[in-house]
Design a protein around this ligand. Sequence first.
Ligand code: SF4
Length: 189
Amino acid sequence: WSTTTTPIDKLHDLSKTSYPLCMRTLHEALCTNSHLRNSGRMQYGLFLKGIGVTLEDALHFWRDAFSKKTDGSAFDKKYAYSIRHYYGKEGRQTNYTPYGCQKIISSSVGPGEYHGCPFRHMDRDSLCQKLTSYGVFASNMTEILDFAKDAQYHLACAKYFEVIHNKPASKPLLHPNAYFAESRAISTE
Ligand code: SF4
């Protein structure tokens, strides 16, 4: 995982420039709803840990993101434990690693949940709408949607990477944190 620390005041910008679509979707849902259900918190929380967000910053970030609906003491009672848990600081002190694509793609996603892989879990219309709002033009849209329809989720993701960065990734990206690392490597070239 990342050996450098990512400051939380950069996350919003990074969600647009360097997050894969699964994490961008979670970040956006969190900002819009001031809440994420457990599976979404875990998928996104472990990704953040993997990109170098410290435990202390993670607690600040989640408390602040939840603050429109949950006051600080309620957050500490209800949610802080699970954030510390991701960092191996509670319970059996398991040092959880960020989820890879395979695990994310095979997760089940219910109504009102935003985890999972959008190329696998979103219907075609919603995916099209989301990609359009992120500036993906029609010329690339059909290719991405067709890859998703044919269960070629990594190819859809690779095309999304290429569109966002104006160049393809140098290797297959099979993990959201690998996507992020590749994106950061490109933007600091
Ligand atoms: Fe995320 Fe992997 Fe799906 Fe890309 S293919 S959106 S990195 S789960």
